[in-house]
Design a binder for this molecule. Sequence first.
Ligand SMILES: Nc1ncnc2c1ncn2[C@@H]1O[C@H](COP(=O)(O)OP(=O)(O)OP(=O)(O)O)[C@@H](O)[C@H]1O
Ligand SMILES: [Mg+2]
Length: 88
Amino acid sequence: MSQQNQIKPIVQMRDINKSFGAIKALDGVNFHLMPGEIVGLVGDNSAGKSTLMKILSGAYTRDSGEIYMEAERSISTTRMTAVTGASR
Ligand SMILES: Nc1ncnc2c1ncn2[C@@H]1O[C@H](COP(=O)(O)OP(=O)(O)OP(=O)(O)O)[C@@H](O)[C@H]1O
Ligand SMILES: [Mg+2]
């Protein structure tokens, strides 16, 4: 398959880390969302679901890791709205 015809993820989060003091809320989390995909995010209480989505939305900043929106890399620790706004 040529590079042009490849279906790319809408959202990709790679090796996301986030700590709150001594609490490691996210430890190397990878997540991707393909076009048309419906995804459930499940886990125990305090697993880090809300933290992951808050990082994706820009409410929290990540300590490290990369986020891509439609293959466009967001600048580290900036809010995602800056990236989504730029691509519209
Ligand atoms: N603002 C914060 N300050 C300090 N610790 C936090 C903060 N937000 C989350 N945490 C901690 O990070 C960990 C992950 O919490 P998070 O709320 O992301 O889990 P969750 O999977 O959404 O849990 P739940 O199922 O209860 O909603 C928990 O230990 C929580 O106490
Ligand atoms: Mg939650």
